[in-house]
Each structure stands twice: as C-alpha cells, then as structure tokens.
Design a protein around this ligand. Structure first.
Ligand code: FES
Length: 336
C-alpha cells in the first residue's frame, strides 16, 4: 500500500448512492472564463444551507438527469450560497453541457448535501496547493479557508491560456500577493511549469494538495515519492481526461472467491460492473486517488490508471475503480 497518500480523507462507502435531498435554485450564472461558467446556488426555501469544509463537493442531478460532482469554491463560512464552476466539456458525457446550456437564474437543481474527500490536513505547518485548469475549484475554497485561519500556504495554478483561466481577478487580490503563482503554458509543452522542483524539498509539517489533469497529478505523485505518509492529497473527479473515454475494450473479471465472471464493457469500471452483479467492494474517491478499492490481482495484466500503486505493486494489486485490463488481456482474476 502506498502510505504517502492520505487515506483518511474519507470513510469507505460501500455503494455510490446519492440522495438528492437538497432543493437549490440558481441565483446567478456567469461565464467567468472561456468555457467556464460560475453558478451561485441558494436554498430554494431561502434558508441556510448545510455547512461544508474546504475541498468539499456537491453532487447534483443535471437537467438531463446525470449525476455530476462539482467542487465548492466559495468560503466555507458562507451558509447562504454554494458556488460551483462548470467547464463545458464538448467531449464528455453531456452533464456539463446540460448544466451550462439548460440552467438559468431561477432554475431548480437537486443536490445531495456536500461531501468532502479532499480535506485540509489538521495541524499542518504549511500547505502547498497545486491546481491545473478547472482543478482550481476546491483549492480556491482552501485558499479562502487558510486565509481565514491565518495558516501558511502557497497556491501554484497552471493553465494553458489566460482567457481560459478562471478566477484570475479574485486571485490577483492584494491580500494574496506573494502567495499565488499563476503560470500559462500557452499550449506549448516546452513552456509548461516544471512541477518537480516545487516538491524537491519537504519541510517538516508541509502538505501538498493537487487537483487537475491526470498528467499534473502524476507529476505530483512522482515528485513526492520522498514525502512522508499522509502529506500528499490528490483530487481527481471532474478534472481529468475521462479515463473511461476512448479506446477501452471489453474484458472480463473472474472473481475467485465469489466464483463468478463479470463482463466489463467500455465506459464501465470494474467496480461498477461487479456491483451490478451484486458483489460489494468498498470505495471512496472512485477516481484512483484514495486507495480504498485496492484489490489483489491474482492473474492477468492490468492497465493501471490510479495514483496509489507503485510500479512494484502492479503485478499483484489493482484499483478497481479506474484500472482495467491491458489491451490483449481478455480477463483479470481478482481476489473477490
Ligand atoms: S475508490 Fe479510491 S482509489 Fe478506488
């Protein structure tokens, strides 16, 4: 098990159930950067909203009926509004397009109370926040919270172009001077910010948090191999290239202890496939970052898409929420 990742961020949840008990209304909608729309949401009855912590997200039912999770980016001290930013994804499953195209001020949106799989570490001496693109959203809430607490932090925010970068004005506030570094690559890999030097030294009590595209998270994962247990915190959902998208093939998993074989079609995770057959397995982040769904791999070659396992664990373990069989490997055998 990789002990560097913070596995205490959330308790395992046996099923991905969502109960949309909150009725929200859209109180404002504004495009804040190219392709990114900010929504302010309020309780439909005008009352106080359930509290949330920095790093938390809101699971909503989109107008076209999909479940989507969006990080809350306003200060956690606010109880009259939730603020989310939605990047309209032309290639995705349609949830973000539905949100951006169909919601308007006054629209009703059903949601579950906020959950937090990505909390700030308690007792940390310093927090390094690394955001990529729309991955800024949970980290912006952390910036608000850390400022309120008076704790030491730095935000490093990478994006491709200024015009597609959300919250530039907010992050240029004088009170954040010296604590925010924004870097634009302008779409040129040669101009991308080198992440490894930021992580080369680990000062005692430092924690790093990263939310952004898969390659950024991998860079942080690689660059923190020498950091202590529990000091690296990653958040993936809604920000990376969809690991289920494109090129996936049908394969099967044989569950050794259950004695059944389950087909895993493209677009479906192993976790989803086995649950559909009534086999339970614990999970939490369902994005390959927390380690909760770690399962023994008894046979077969896996294509590992998580941020937890080390190379020397790839033949024996698999994160069934994101990883699949390698192309050409028709079946994995799991200790389930
Ligand atoms: S549920 Fe977190 S890594 Fe799979």
């Amino acid at each position: 098990m990789n002990e560097r990742l913070d596995l205490s961020a959330t308790a395992p949840r046996p099923t991905p159930a969502l109960t949309p008990t909150l009725t929200l209304t859209v109180s404002s909608k504004q495009e804040i950067a190219h392709g990114i729309t900010l929504f302010e949401l309020a309780a439909a009855d005008g009352g106080a909203l359930p509290p949330f912590e920095a790093g938390a997200h809101l699971a909503v039912t989109t107008p076209n009926g999909l479940l989507r999770r969006y990080s809350l980016c306003n200060p956690p001290s606010e109880r009259q509004r939730y603020v989310i930013a939605v990047k309209r994804d032309e290639q995705g499953g349609g949830g973000s397009r539905s949100m951006v195209d169909e919601l308007a001020p006054g629209s009703v949106l059903m949601a579950a109370p906020p959950e937090n799989y990505f909390p700030l570490a308690r007792g940390a001496r310093r927090h390094l926040l690394i955001a990529g693109g729309i991955g800024i959203t949970p980290l912006l809430s952390m910036v608000h919270e850390l400022r309120a607490r008076g704790e030491e932090f730095e935000l490093v925010y990478v994006s491709r172009f200024p015009e597609s970068t959300a919250f530039l004005d907010e992050l240029a506030a004088p009170e954040l001077a010296g604590r925010v570094r924004i870097h634009h690559s302008h779409g040129d890999p040669a101009r991308a910010l080198a992440i490894e030097p930021l992580l080369a030294e680990h000062a005692e009590g430092s924690h790093v948090y990263c939310c952004g595209p898969r390659r950024l998270m991998q860079a942080v994962r690689e660059g923190t191999r020498h950091w202590p247990a529990g000091s690296v915190h990653l958040e993936d959902f809604g920000t990376s290239e969809d690991p289920k998208a494109g090129g996936d093939q049908l394969f099967s998993v044989r569950l050794e202890r259950s004695g059944i074989t389950v087909a895993v079609p493209p677009g479906t995770s192993i976790l989803e496939a086995i649950r559909s057959r009534g086999v339970e397995a614990p999970s939490s982040c369902e994005s390959g970052t927390c380690g909760t769904c770690r399962t023994r791999l008894l046979a077969g070659k896996a294509e590992h898409r998580d941020y937890v396992l080390d190379d020397d664990e790839h033949d024996t373990d698999i994160m069934i929420c994101v990883s699949r069989a390698q192309a050409g490997c028709g079946q994995l055998v799991l200790d389930l």
